[in-house]
Ligand binder design. Structure first.
Ligand SMILES: Nc1ncnc2c1ncn2[C@@H]1O[C@H](COP(=O)(O)OP(=O)(O)O)[C@@H](O)[C@H]1O
Ligand SMILES: O=C(O)C[C@@H](O)[C@H](O)C(=O)COP(=O)(O)O
Length: 333
């Protein structure tokens, strides 16, 4: 049981809107990117990764977004379809915009960086006309992620999706997903993030992401509870603040503070922790699990994904997460 109300009579469990792009992960790891020679291409983009995570767990999943009118766009749409994700709202852009690229650098298990190529990024071409009320209404939950607020027309499309979700009792999750690329300034980011967060039921972000979002209204605050409480005065029912390998804490509007489980591992790379955590956490909540149990599922999924070379390709099934948690607990007992 948790404090969210999901409409049970919906054909889809979950829809995400926003970024879908490519991750190019070096095959020669534990060295600077300058020394990496070959790369493996994976589907990437935080909301797309979360959609893949949900589908791997068995959720009926859809996606709203735009892909390039070329081989990379076809690859990404085809990949989603291959995972059983409904692609009826994945549109092919005709303006010549290109797929956003994320080159990951895996210097060591804990020192990882990202270079994003996002000039004229096609994922930011998602437009209000791509957001259909019937589609939003067909799902129990909608996920928006912050980077889609960085520019028009994507910004307006996300706000339209938010309003339609609220009108139709589709529960809205907000993954802050702060990526400095494509934003003009930190102040601009904080303002649009806050306007979106006010409308959301569940907000998920790292401590640093909340610091960014609240830089105008809660400047200098480092207290997780003060952070969470601000959003309960609007529409939030759960606020999750992530602290990397130290774990996470969730606050509920009813006054609970839940410390999330964490299954520390020596990772291959740090990427993908947030997206896999979000996917399994949301899956748990939609399936009636408590916030604490959902956080445990998220932490198990994240431990598996950081131990793998990719994000999207490594998203685990429910059985794989349960098996991982069982064997982890056996190992440390
Ligand atoms: N080295 C690690 N070992 C095991 N679990 C991890 C590790 N790093 C992160 N996680 C899990 O992933 C969750 C989200 O990670 P975090 O790094 O805070 O998110 P993000 O990737 O969005 O920055 C954490 O709460 C934790 O459960
Ligand atoms: O979101 C992107 O465009 C890049 C991702 O695909 C990337 O792999 C990544 O950084 C995952 O983010 P995280 O889960 O928050 O670590």
């Amino acid at each position: 049981m948790n404090n969210l109300v999901f409409q049970t009579d919906r054909p889809l469990d979950f829809i995400a809107i926003g970024r879908i792009g490519l991750d190019l992960n070096p095959n020669e790891i534990n060295r600077p990117l300058e020394e990496s020679i070959t790369f493996t291409k994976y589907l990437g983009g935080s909301p797309a990764n979360i959609a893949v995570a949900m589908a791997a767990l068995g959720a009926k999943t859809g996606f709203i977004g735009t892909v390039a009118d070329d081989a990379m766009g076809r690859y990404l749409k085809g990949y989603m379809e291959g995972k059983g994700i409904d692609s009826s709202s994945i549109f092919t852009d005709k303006t010549g915009a290109k797929t956003g690229l994320a080159f990951t650098e895996i210097k060591s298990p804990t020192d990882c960086n990202l270079i994003m190529y996002r000039e004229n990024a096609v994922d930011l071409m998602v437009d209000i006309c791509h957001v259909k009320e019937d589609y939003i209404k067909s799902a129990k939950a909608l996920l928006i992620s912050g980077t889609a607020l960085a520019a028009s027309p994507s910004r307006e499309a996300v706000f339209a999706a938010l309003d339609l979700a609220r009108k139709n009792n589709t529960v809205v999750f907000f993954d802050i997903d702060y990526r400095p690329y494509t934003w003009k300034s930190e102040e601009e980011t904080a303002i649009y993030y806050s306007l979106a967060a006010e409308k959301c039921d569940v907000i998920i972000g790292t401590r640093e992401e909340f610091d960014m979002m609240e830089m105008i209204t809660n400047k200098g605050n480092k207290d997780d509870y003060v952070t969470a409480k601000k959003w309960f005065d609007y529409n939030a029912k759960i606020v999750v603040i992530k602290h990397g390998k130290e774990g996470s804490i969730a606050y509920t509007k009813e006054g609970e503070a839940i410390t999330g489980a964490v299954f520390p591992v020596v990772p291959v790379k740090t990427f993908g922790a947030g997206d896999s955590y979000a996917g399994a956490f949301i899956y748990g909540l939609i399936n009636g699990m408590s916030a604490g149990d959902s956080m445990e599922l998220g932490a198990g999924s994240a431990a598996i994904v950081v131990s793998s070379h990719s994000c999207s390709d490594a998203m685990p099934t429910l059985d794989a997460i349960k098996e991982f948690i069982k064997s982890y607990e056996k190992k440390i007992s």
